[in-house]
Design a protein around this ligand. Structure first.
Ligand code: PLP
Length: 401
């Protein structure tokens, strides 16, 4: 076993607010230091880069296409709209980029077992697929509420060989699943690696996840320049923890354009009715990092609500939160109803069924057009097959599920 350095080397904090950090129990400090050292070594090793690029190409199906969406552009008042199609990546969402990267890293560290949490099930499915491919044992923790609303993904994880453990604590959503996954990792970290699914958690996870996801924006930048000749005026993605948003936005960090992330506005503006952390949250610590967090007047982490399991989490990832506070990313919210209407519009006009998470980004398009934006690049983070039951319910009730 390698001896980890005594201190972290990578920057652990983001922005003027100094969000991030490593608020982890003593039992996790050794594996976290070991993980950072292994990640740095892998980044410096050209063979790791070659192996990851091969898996992303041959297994995940990258590069994902950039699809012009002229009908939706017209209907929402834009001149041009380009969709970065992470829904066409293997397993149906951007989550496979991070799952493959971390699974390769785990194997390089000599780990034989993977622990993961999942909300919408996309990270769980991606991790189960990566583990099957790389010969790793896989256990996924998932909230009981999320297991019910994302049932197709539970079946997919099981078919791919994962042991799916229901978590009934709290609201039975992502927050409770992360708690259980962290507990399991602390008990088994000698042989297990924890593949965290979003740009969240204690250092070095936010940096690792964002690094494996920036392939989205690196590809999209080349593709949009080739397709449109210039950069778009705005880039928009949905934000749960923030991994697809950061992956898309970071390669455009120095460009003169609007960078947008859209959170879950749920069904109301009271605490507990949404997962909009920017204007609803305050600085706090959850799952090992300091960030914008929905909390009650006593500082207890608040409950959340959203039509989409993948956005239903009380904390915004620390790097995205820092970019928002520093004014480098604008964070908007879209309600359940707006997201559902936007999904229907994409289906009808472009023949693409989006994930409920991605539909929140789509819901921002008319407002962008009203503000004078003409050309938009949108991160379509995943496909909507997992959400069929929610869509059916919403269709029957004539509104949000
Ligand atoms: C399709 C899809 N998009 C977006 C998200 C939100 O995650 P993140 O903010 O890490 O991209 C999820 C989470 O499960 C998802 O499944």
């Amino acid at each position: 076993m390698t001896v980890p350095p005594a201190e972290f080397v990578l920057p652990t904090r983001f922005g003027r607010a100094a969000f991030g950090g490593c608020y982890a129990p003593e039992t996790l400090m050794t594996p976290l230091l070991e993980l950072e050292a292994a990640f740095r070594a892998a980044q410096a090793d050209p063979d790791f880069g070659v192996a990851l690029a091969r898996e992303l190409r041959e297994f995940a199906g990258r590069a994902t296409p950039l699809t012009p969406a002229p009908q939706l552009a017209r209907a929402t008042g834009l001149q041009a709209l380009y969709l970065k199609r992470e829904d066409l990546a293997h397993t149906g969402a951007h989550k496979i980029n991070n799952a493959l990267g971390q699974a390769l890293l785990a194997r390089r560290m000599g780990k034989t077992e993977i622990i993961a949490e999942t909300g919408a099930g996309q990270h769980g499915v991606a991790t189960a697929a990566a583990c099957a491919r790389l010969g790793l044992v896989c256990t996924v923790y998932m909230g009981a509420t999320d297991m019910a609303r994302q049932a197709p993904n539970v079946a997919r994880m099981k078919l791919l060989g994962a042991n799916v453990i229901p978590v009934t604590a709290g609201q039975g959503t992502l927050r409770a699943a992360v708690n259980e996954a962290m507990r399991a990792w602390a008990a088994r970290c000698d042989r297990a690696h924890y593949i965290l699914g979003s740009a969240l958690g204690p250092h070095p996870f936010p940096t690792i996840v964002r690094s494996f996801q920036r392939v989205i924006g690196d590809e999209a930048r080349r593709q949009v320049l080739a397709a449109h000749g210039t950069l778009p005026e705005a880039i928009v993605a949905c934000a749960g923890g923030g991994s697809n948003a950061l992956g898309l936005l970071v390669p455009f960090a120095e460009d003169n354009l609007r960078r947008m992330a859209v959170e879950a506005g749920g069904h109301g503006r009271e605490l507990g009715e949404h997962a909009a952390r920017l204007d609803g949250g305050r600085t706090g610590v959850l799952h090992g990092c300091k960030t914008l967090l929905l909390q009650d007047s006593h500082g207890y982490t608040a409950g959340t609500a959203s039509i989409s399991a993948g956005l239903d989490y009380p904390a915004l990832g620390p790097e995205l939160a820092a970019l928002a506070v520093d004014g480098r990313v604008e964070v908007w919210r879209a309600s359940d109803e707006e997201a559902f209407a936007a999904a229907q519009q994409l289906c009808a006009l472009e023949g693409i069924l989006p994930a409920l998470e991605s539909s929140h980004a789509l819901a921002a398009l008319p407002r962008l057009a009203r503000e004078g934006v003409r050309v938009v690049l949108l991160g379509l983070s995943g496909r909507g097959d997992k959400d069929i039951a929610s869509y059916e319910r919403a269709l029957k009730s004539g509104g949000a599920a």
